[in-house]
Design a protein. Sequence first.
Lengths: 259, 329, 287
Amino acid sequence: MSPPALAARGLAKSFGSLVVASELEIELPKGVRYALIGPNGAGKTTLINLMTGMLRPDAGRILLDDVDITALPPEQRVQRGLVRTYQITSLFPHLTALESVTLAVCERSRAARAWWRQLAAHGHEIDEAYDVLCALKLDSVCHRLTRELAYGQQRLLEIALALATRPKVLLLDEPAAGVPREESKELFAAIAGLSHDITVLFIEHDMELVFRFASRVIVMVGGRVLVEGTAQEIASDPRVRAVYLGKAPTKELAELRHD
Amino acid sequence: MALTEGTANPRLYLQAQTRWRPIEIAFWLATLLPYALFPDYLSLASQIAIAGLFALSLDLILGYAGIVSLGHAAFFGIGAYTAGLVSKYGWGEPLTGLAIAAVAAGLIGYATSFVICRFRHLALIMLTLGFGLLLEELANSAGWLTGGVDGLQGIHTWKLFGYLPFDLYGRTAYAYALAVLFVLFVFARRLIHSPFGLSLRGIRENFVRMPAIGAPSRAHIRTIYTIAAAMAGIAGALLAQTTETVSLESLGFERSAEVVVMLVLGGAGRLYGGLVGVIVYMVARDQFSGIEPQYWYFWIGVLLVGVVTFLPNGILGGAAKLMSRRSRS
Amino acid sequence: MLPPVFGVLFDGLAYGMLLFLLSVGQSVTLGMMNFINLAHCSFAMLGGYVTVVLMSSYGWPFFATLPCAFIAAALVSVGFERAFFRRLYRASDLDQVLLTIGIVFISVAVAAYIFGTEQRPLQLPAYLRSSLTFMGVRFAVYRLILIGLALLITLALVLGLDYTRFGARVRAAVDNERMARGLGIDVDRTFAITFALGSGLAGLGGALAIEIIGLDPSFALTYLVYVLIVVSVGGLGSISGSFAAAIVLGISDVAGKYYIPQLGAFLIYLVMIGLLMWRPLGLIGRR
């Protein structure tokens, strides 16, 4: 059996007395579509921050394709294929969409180190960036400045930037955050259409989208993995129901339905 | 900004952006006008060309990579003192002098860049300021080498290419400074239109996002900081060679602040911004040279407040906005 | 008999207290709004000139001018805050630096125009210029008073910040501006008052500084560097950090100039760069 695409072993992190990750054990097999769910403050985004090196864990190891990457800085993890997107759109406002994605492609191909060759001479990189934009139906606005794009297009550009780095593992932090429901279905359809060489984990609150687009689900509560399983198992798991329905029925339920 | 939608070939579109525009060619041809129109002002013109090169070097780090430096004159001064000392101790050949100055400033720039690349915001501003002040104090206390407050005397610049002497009217000086400026401008222009230049703009636009697309931002910052330091060093060397003196002011805080003012006045992050700002600023200062220096600073202050409040992208930014408004209506 | 090092320590302490008064307001307002105000020392200079004018032209006693220096600096600063600074809180570092350094240049020129470029000495009463000799070391009365006053103000600030409602608002705003707004704290108003208080303290510091470091129009620029050092080394928004940093800086500056005068301010800048590289968020930095 091949090693998992990404694994966390005994990952722990706390801010003072607040424990945000405790003894996390996670394995993402290759090519699987994972959803990561849990109430607010469960440590979902923290997990992504830990995996991608934006936060330094107090203990534990992170393995990418069985290679320990715990000590690597964020950009080197990206170069090895572990890529994330942000819940709060974080783009390059005064670059065009094409420039933004070309930037990401050039960083991956190491062309960005060449300050003596003109960008126009890097035709392959530009074409590749354009193809990524086409795949996400952003080609018609590729010469617009990022800040002039519609919000939904900016969410797509987030994903385009990640894809331009040719990820092996893609961690999407609420890719459809703030996007109207109809549009978010299109957005997830685009994610579903990604090559199955890419392992995807996404955080999402809308259960309908979770059950439709994820083959497996991880439920996090209070910095721990509560349960992991197929969508059906999760839907019928009493512990998950307890978390979402039992303790704080109105609030958590509302979150599940509308967030 | 948004030109044609959905251009069939994105390569051609990006290529078109790097092509020399007629107004650029006109600008560079116009730099020759002082020979015909203002032959008495050639030394001012060469000062402008030198300051223009200095502003261009700052634009690379401030305008493109978003590194606010209040100590950029340090490299200008290192270049000036290096070129001056090389000449004073027997080697007055100008072009090799420039090269030596560039290497010296570049080396110091490279060494400090390891610190610079780790900081942003206030800490970065303080560090650049601190390095500048440190060097100023060092030059001041090492009077045996730098001449201290009296300035470095005894510089003699040899003939350019062995037969063009530097005359009193600045004919050779202007041609020399302008040629160096033009060559380095073309270099800077190529650089910002390279993939590396795109990465610099990415750093300016969103420093935090860069690692998440796999960009080694710190390495990029080290590279550009070194290049900018070497360029500033060349500008300083030009001043030392053409005026045959170096004063402590060449690496003082005032000069660091002044170059930021000139760049911002013209418009940072626009290549030509520094040049336009330098021309406006230096010509104005020449016209008002009768007034006391402290009142000159009053007008600079007013200018700064005015630019930040009313012209956030400098003269060129304001002009671009006017143009796009006109073309839209 | 005490060795001369005590004299140096004493002078350094007095100098450090001065730097603390000059910079504490900057530290708190920077921590609150992340606004880089390079014009802080212009307000200090204003306080200095208020004292000079009241004493020399109107014959006021020195201590009576101090509250006026405080109030004048506070009022003028809050005017600037409303008119210019307010709209730049969300702007880039560069815009903030440019605008406030523009104000510094203007203030330097205006001061030179009104008061001339030479030093303006104070005619202090004789008892303030005397000194006590204790175990062979001379302690200037003025410096003793300065240290006492600064300690009182520090105590008042620390207690005020810890035990008053206003202090709680300030702490909340420094800690997390967005959260404070969410809790219904009027951050803008809190900030304006803090800003006025801080500038007032700078004005007071400017008035007290004349006797020790002199006053001329370049004050706004010269001491700006020292204030920035205290703030960035002490840590943003930290009164105790500023206090510690100001004392370290004051003593090392005086000691440096006493023992190795040929190095000048070199040592100070070196210490600053070292400390910044070691702890970029200050000695007692948060986050």
